[in-house]
Design a protein around this ligand. Sequence first.
Ligand code: HEC
Ligand code: HEC
Length: 489
Amino acid sequence: MSDDHHPADGNHHPHVVPLKLLFGVIGALFFLTFLTVAASWVDMGGANVPVALLIATVKAVLVGAFFMHLRWDKPFNSVILALSIGLLILFLGIVTMDMHENLPEMNEAYSEEWMETRRKAIVEERLEEARTAFENKEITKAEYDERVKELSKPVLEVLYPHAGAHSTPADGHADIRADALQKAMLMVFRAPLPAVIPSPPGNPASPAKVALGKSLFFETRLSKGGKISCHSCHGLTTFGVDNQPTSPGHGGARGDRNSPTVLNAGLFGTQFWDGRAPSLEEQAKAPILNPVEMAMSDEAAVVAVLKGIPGYVESFKGAFPGEADPLTYDNLAKAIAAFERTLVTPSPFDAFLGGKLEALDTAQLDGFLAFQDAGCVTCHKGTLLGDGFEKLGKVIDFPGLKDKGREAATGNAGDRYQFKVPSLRNVTKTGPYLHDGSVKSLDEVITLMSKHQVGKEIDAAEIAKIKVFLESLTGSLDPATAAAPAPVK
Ligand code: HEC
Ligand code: HEC
């Protein structure tokens, strides 16, 4: 600071304040104002207010420092200083009062805005999907135009066309609820279905192996009468089942158990109602030789049939390259298992678990809560909503049980009436229900589950809600995978 700004007598100075300092302070204030504006462009959520206050404080300090250079003994300067301090206090007072009152509102406005942005992104995503579908000729021009028209409506109408009494999407609560429920569901169900079920180390998948497995799955020549294939009891266009209580096998004979679905079955820890097969590979060897299923006499007979069909000799070579004798019973089972691992049915439930919050509607979310409240999730959990073994009649004995369940597989009396907890995927399509196919309707099986597995009476309203949730587990198999292959010659 040069001395001439503070002359000893303090009387004849032309400037009250040095010009350099004045411009410096004004420049700094402008810069800080610019900084405030810039900060307001950056979306920092709740942090915006404290940052603006910080900058305002720095400004105030600067202004204060500026005044410190004035001569306080001049009455004019003192008046200005007093006025400024007064204004500053008043201003800060107003700002803090305002903040206390408005902070919650500001946060709400902010979250509203955030959700609006999210909704817009979703609509944009759907437009993009429609455009791609049209470009790939999956939908017609008229269908595309229709979709664009739908998506051009106000955002809320597009996303919540059936917004009813339950949801209040207008204030964004529906999104918050779905977000919370998605996290809750991930805790119970862990993960959505994978695109393909991972192969075990001993049986890596290849396109050739999967194609061979598919031919074998549909192959009726693997049965004694030449009429039955895996597909007879596990129809791929009928959700992997035949919708019969028990299935007619060779000569119309029926076993004692209901055919479970093959769809998604590769994710189970064990196969069959009693878990007696540890893998799909082991499982596939059984029905071909089972006298009430495909009824072939022994493995050698099956291999002989296939060796008589040139197309199979070729396909086994392609599927098991480098093996001296690729056409074996073990390899047949491996190929079928590799094909079965492609049988996955992703559903809206999976989309939701994967983060697409709009994939389930309010009623389906209510349905999940009902399913959870009813105590179903203690057993029907994980990606399949099933797996592991539980006693049928865990809380209250189940009447008329003939099948001893897992005891037959382990010889352990403690396993009596234990059955594999079946997956609930596609369950609205896979009736009749239970290991013996004895229960026709879903309503009835839910009532029985509640009574015997949980020990609670359940009313019709709760059952209806649970069914709405179960609907969301219905997925679809890739049509190309489900289509029958060309016969092998
Ligand atoms: C005559 C009807 C019939 C035929 C043919 C048949 N299955 Fe099955 N499948 C069943 C029945 C019944 C069960 C349940 C048996 C049990 O648990 O004891 C079953 C169980 C299964 C399972 C276990 C699923 C689970 O959730 O535990 C798989 C996998 C399977 N079959 C695949 C096949 C394959 C592969 C073939 C052809 C090689 C085949 N099935 C042929 C009726 C049939
Ligand atoms: C203590 C374990 C447990 C609880 C709790 C439980 N389940 Fe089950 N669930 C099973 C077992 C085990 C089976 C198979 C029993 C059988 O086939 O004999 C089964 C079978 C089913 C089936 C038939 C599936 C099919 O393909 O045949 C449905 C549907 C079902 N449960 C729904 C529910 C619902 C809804 C609830 C809640 C009200 C529930 N379960 C509670 C263990 C349980």
